[in-house]
Design a protein around this ligand. Sequence first.
Ligand SMILES: [Zn+2]
Length: 431
Amino acid sequence: MPYMRSSLLNRNRRYPLGKETRCTRHCYRFFVLAAILLGGVTFVSAEGDERVEGVINRLKSLRNTDASLTKSESWNSLKKQFDELQKSLPQGREKARLLFYRAVLFEELGRRGGDSLNLQLAAESFLNLSRSYPGVDLADEALYRAILLFEGDLRDPQKVVSLKEELSSRFPHSEYRFMFSSQVGGKGASHKIISRYSSGILPLVVLDPGHGGDDEGAVGIAGLREKDLVLSISRLIEKYLLESRCCRVVLTRERDEFMPLFERTAMANRLQASLFVSIHINAAEAAHDRVRGYEIFYVSSDANPEAVQLVKRENQLGVTQKAALGGFIQDLYRRGASRVSAPFAKAIFSSMKKEFPKVVDGISLQARGVAKAPFFVLFGAEMPAVLLELFFVTNSDDAYLLSQPSFRELTAEVIATSIANYVKQESVGER
Ligand SMILES: [Zn+2]
């Protein structure tokens, strides 16, 4: 697929810091300096504590590079750093974040070492955090993760019952309630949703607006940025899906923030989603500015080496992740991910083709087709998963359309209708 090469090369390109970001950084330095001069030494600001960020990042990278506790020295020194930082931090959101990831650290250690003491410690730490910081945005997830630990590894069913009640009463609007709730819930719109399924729970669709934060995705004509467009379209899809009452909806990111690729499908798996839909905007090299239209991808295990190279670039993987790619593809093959995703991709595509008008604002819409490729963001999804590439920001017709709010509304409505049709046909809720 020659068009893939050009579009993949351009996508996910990182751009130098813009003026605004530099200003923010500058102001931040000034703030820290002023704080030191005033005698109250603090590194806490609206951007967060750099030391907390540092240990969390070290944990994430260790988690990704050491699957089996072979670097025990690194784990021990990281644990020490967490402990020391915890003592010096004042009460507040940053401390809550640190405690959350400290619990994650215990859980990782417990899993790697098959060590129930660390798992117990993780569960208690999640629980304590959730109760001592009920107002922070991690409080519901912390409680949820404690429940998972007590339910799975620690096998404490009585505790699980009471903690599930605690989750429902303390966080009635939390997405984590979806996991356990026997009634339908969701995002403040729960009262509108009527169950269509015998189980009483509507299927969950996870929408994944691509990129975010530092990762702008493709940048095209008139400075249109992929990360903004996909967030706007995803929010609209959510709105239309909730109106259609076919399913519950969760977004992997709700604002302009970076989220690692593997965490996106991990979230869908955790929530036992029925469908995963990643939303992207396409881009081509300058020489291919006439390339336009929308297309749908699903993961495939039969990627040739060249396709793997292309997608490695698109996926912006780190060294260890690249090494793991081969393993992922085998894993994919075993799971039969493309077998369940192909019919979903084809159904969505033919429905979109039917729902989209042929011409909008005098511009004809182009349907490119359904294709397969090993996109990293789709790996590991335990449900039908597709990646939508909605038009090209590098083509003047497509870029014009994408810049129009009314066209984004239309696109979102078409996608939502297509997903809803599929849900109704397949009763994907009975998973
Ligand atoms: Zn993208």
